[in-house]
Write a protein that binds this ligand. Sequence first.
Ligand code: NCD
Length: 310
Amino acid sequence: MSRSVIDIIDLTKEEIDQLIETAEDIIADPEKYAHICAGKKLATMFFEPSTRTRMSFEAAMYELGGYVLSMTDAATSSAAKGESVSDTAKVISCYADIIAMRHPKEGAAYVAAAAASIPVINAGDGGHCHPTQTLADLLTIKREKGRLGNLTVGLCGDLKFGRTVHSLIQALSRYEDIKLVLISPDELKLPEYVYSDVIVKNKMKCTQTSDLLWALPKLDVLYMTRVQKERFFNEEDYVRLKDSYILTPEKLALAKPDTSVLHPLPRVNEISVAIDDDPRACYFKQVKYGKYMRMALILKLLTEDGTIIY
Ligand code: NCD
């Protein structure tokens, strides 16, 4: 069985730092990497809507000189006929060298990885985790702030269902002197299992509040998130909570002049478009960094697997 990355804890801190180094080298010298994966194939196995994550994996593989096989829509694939995730993963293992997979069910990527004979990268499983978004977030923070430790990081919005938040907290727990400020309405607080297994266990400094204005002046990084409509059990709750936080230029005026504003995207209305030109807005850069980190991860897994020599 090949090595897969399902959760961010599947990578050690040293490996993450190494991936960041590789991504920065790719940014500095893309030509050097342009043919490394020549003839190799990435399959995207997406059972849930996605624009940037899927395209980012595809762009990453093309920029490494490889090919892409795309399953973009579960409704038009054999999943619609009742094929299991493990059978689909076994079948794709016969065509491709590596899989990037997204699924609405928590844990689905583990099932695929157990069945596949090639590496599987989790591109988001339900409300559980999203390790490659975290890699993008870390590279963004590193490039914007010059470091990954000694930071006050505010996470705002849907901390309950937001899988990117769960993975990011897990990753940040490995760095020195991180202070978390968790900003959410009561109903969208971080799940207890993340709070106790990550924050408490690693003795992270952490404050919980529902007051974004109170938190803003303290933050080095503000990570905004969308209220995850598709994970709500009823429309009424979503409608009541969807506008909990809307970052406007007036509110951002309370932040430090160098606070970096991140968002995994897609944005609905939680960051006003009037902020897009503010030098503190990093979310479109974050998209670019995501591609470079995915390139670094594909390279790492295919190298370890013996599929490419580099
Ligand atoms: C995130 C996701 O899918 O969890 N999007 C992404 O991958 N960039 C965030 C979201 O959908 O809100």
